[in-house]
Design a protein around this ligand. Structure first.
Ligand SMILES: [Zn+2]
Length: 422
């Protein structure tokens, strides 16, 4: 019989987190030996010194040689959808299109309270695995109305002591296909959402997809916001929205402020055209977010064999100097029935899906859910360095290889120097 676990696990939403003076005996990426970190009185990292060099004060957390990383960043999630698989019929074809249809039936009858409760559950799950920063999309349009936005905003407020959350207004059913959606997007931003979302490939024609992107930039300029657009989430080699998004990014001077989410079709382009698009993404400093679990699951659905993997060209983008991050995207919804909010699972799947298998590539895989994702969300004060926020996760393993191989639960999740979970 298994021994009773000694780990105490609490629901952090109901507890007052303990303030720490620092962390002792931490192993850090890319550095040999053990280190002691101290926090200042606002929970930022004050010092990082070789372990045992400085006098240790009481009230620190002993990492006991475990790997300490900056808190994970989930750059692409749908909190309004989380756990909605319980509310809809099964997705029989497994396609994106059937998922959108099933979700459309469900979302019209959801209350803001229902959305809030499921979102809080998902935030707690993500935080328990060490995520400190999330960008969620929220469905906005004439079908969803603003109830889903209300629910997600309320969940963010309820969990503000656990996690930083950026909310992108997401016109799931298109903007030109759903007259009235643009006004709802504007209203959602005025209610407190942060980022202009989009879904360029979900319009009726290529011309409408381009107009969709034009409207995103108009909105972004009106409110001075970043853009994060679902784009080319298809195996269709003729879906060519990403190059237009990158070109408009340069045209509007929005370099570094635009994220292209999914970009699956890039893998189905002719190699010469793919190279052109990758160069354009680099020139425009567009961030690319891949969602390995969901792309593997939803793409390749119209293939017999061999089946395409569905992810964008991650290794080629990274080699070209494009910032690539990886997201969970879905937790138990009509688009993807699995998903736990464990970002190490996401990096683990990326390892397999695009052969990020050498030791330096494993480091790159981990970057996609830490440093690269932080860059896409334009987080300031992120990382393990003096002056950064004390938002870190301690793992019961010594290196990145073992972290990816075993994907352990954290031994501590710390936010601004306060211990949330252990
Ligand atoms: Zn998405």
């Amino acid at each position: 019989m298994a021994k009773k676990s000694r780990t105490r696990r609490r629901d952090a939403t109901t507890s007052i987190a303990k303030r720490l003076t620092g962390i002792t005996n931490a192993r850090l990426r890319g550095r040999r030996g053990l280190f002691d970190l101290t926090f200042d009185d606002i929970g930022h990292i004050r010092t990082i010194r070789a372990a045992g060099r400085a006098r240790r004060s009481a009230g620190g957390f002993d990492a006991k040689g475990g790997l300490v990383l900056p808190a994970f960043v989930d750059p692409h999630l749908h909190l309004d959808l989380a756990y909605s698989v319980e509310l809809v019929k099964p997705n029989k074809s497994g396609t994106l299109l059937e998922a959108i249809r099933l979700w459309d039936e469900a979302k019209r009858r959801l209350s803001a309270d229902n959305v809030r409760e499921r979102a809080i559950r998902a935030i707690n799950a993500e935080v328990s695995f060490g995520t400190g920063f999330i960008r969620t999309h929220v469905d906005v349009g004439t079908g969803a109305g603003l109830r889903l936005t209300e629910g997600v905003l309320a969940a963010r407020e309820a969990c503000r002591h656990l996690c930083d959350i950026q909310i992108a207004v997401f016109p799931q059913d298109g903007i030109l296909r759903d007259p009235g959606a643009l006004e709802q997007m504007r209203a959602a931003i005025e209610m407190g959402c942060d980022v202009v979302g989009g879904i360029a490939h979900n319009e009726r024609t290529d011309q409408d997809s381009r107009r969709h992107i034009d409207l995103l930039f108009e909105l972004a300029r009106e409110f001075n916001r970043d853009i994060d657009c679902h784009i080319d989430e298809t195996d269709d080699p003729d879906s060519r929205c990403t190059e237009y998004l990158a070109a408009q990014t340069i045209h509007h001077g929005w370099q570094g402020r635009v994220t292209a989410s999914h970009v699956c079709a890039l893998s189905s382009y002719d190699n010469a055209h793919a190279r052109k698009v990758i160069n354009l993404l680099r020139e425009a400093r567009v961030h690319v977010v891949t969602n390995p679990p969901v792309n593997l699951h939803l793409q390749g659905r119209y293939d017999r064999y061999p089946k395409r993997r569905g992810l964008t060209r991650v290794t080629e983008l990274l080699a070209a100097g494009v910032n690539v991050a990886a997201g969970q995207d879905c937790i138990a919804d009509p688009f993807y029935p699995l998903g736990t909010g464990q970002m190490l699972d996401v990096a683990h799947m990326l390892f397999h899906a695009d052969h990020l298998s050498t030791p330096p590539q494993m480091e790159q895989a981990l970057d996609t859910v830490t440093e690269n994702a932080a860059r896409a969300l334009r987080l300031s004060s992120y990382g393990i360095r003096a002056g950064a926020r004390g938002c870190v996760v301690a793992l019961p393993c010594e290196d990145v290889h073992t972290a990816l191989r075993t994907r352990p639960r954290p031994i501590a999740v710390i936010r601004d120097g306060r211990l949330l979970f252990r």
